[in-house]
Design a binder for this molecule. Sequence first.
Ligand code: AKG
Ligand code: FE2
Length: 295
Amino acid sequence: MNTAIPNTAIEEVGIKVRTRPLMPGFGAEILDVDLARADDATLDAVVDAFHRHGAIMLRGQTMTPATLTEFIARFGEPEDHTLKEFTVPGFPKVYRLSNRVVDGKPIGAHNDGVGWHTDYSDKAEPVMATMLYAVEVPAEGSDTLVADCVAAWNALSPERQAELEGLVVHHSYQHFMRTREFGARELSDELKAANPDVYHPLVRTHPADGRKALWPSTGTVIEVMGKPNPEGLDLVQELVDFITTQDRFIYRHKWQVGDLLMWDNRCTLHTGTLFDDTKYIREMHRLWVRGDRPY
Ligand SMILES: O=C(O)CCC(=O)C(=O)O
Ligand SMILES: [Fe+2]
C-alpha cells in the first residue's frame, strides 16, 4: 500500500469501483474488488480506469491461469508470446517469468524485463497492455518500476516539445536480441524475416483521449531518422534518462503475492529489477493485450 497518498485521494469511478492514485497524477490502485468474483459492471469500470490512468494495481487477488485468461480478454485481443516453452501448459496466453527450475529445466524467462523499455517496441503494432500477476515473490528486490511518459512530456518546455514532435525512431528486433544483457542470441534467417525493422513516433498519442507521451525505449532503438549517430542515440538516451531518473515520474511497485499490476504501454516505460536469485524464487504470470500502430 502506498501510504504517501492520503485516503482523501480516493475517488469514485463510474458506479462501482473506488480508486486512489499510485502516485500523484498517475495510476490507480483499485480498492475492494475481487476480480475473480466481480460482476460485469465492476469489471467494465476497471477497464475504464486502466485506459484513463496509465496503470492499475489490485492487491490480494486469487487468480488462476483460467481467470487471468478470461480477464485479459476484457481489454482486447490477448497477444501471443514469442517463446512458447515458457507459457503455462494449456494456457497459451499466460507466460511465466520465473527463475524456478523443474527437472533441470527453467519454467519461465528470468530477468526478462530488466532495462527501461516498452513491450514489443520492435513490432509494427506493439502490445497495448502488459499484466503481471504475482504467484511467488522474493522477500526483497524484484520491484517493477513504471514511468509516466505523459507527465514527462508535459514537463518539457514548448520549445523542446516542438523540437521532438514529429521525430521517428528506428527499432530492430535483430539488434535487440543480439545485444541484450540476458539471453543474447543471433536470430535464425526465418526469425529475421518474420521480424523486420519498424519505425515509430518518438512522441505518441493516446487513442483514448489524445494525451501525448514521450515514447523512447532502450534495447531495440538503433537510430533516430534524420539524425546521424551518435547524435540520435544520445538523444534517445537523454530522453530515457530524463523520464527514468526523476522520482516524480516513477511508480515503484513492491510485490506481494496476489498483486495484479497492469500498465498501458502506449504511455509508459517500465523495467524489472534484480533480486537474489540464489536465495529466492520469483514467479509472475504475464499476459499481453494486442496493440495498434502508434501515431
Ligand atoms: O519482471 C518484471 O518486473 C518486468 C517484466 C517485463 O518487463 C515484462 O514482462 O514485460
Ligand atoms: Fe517488459
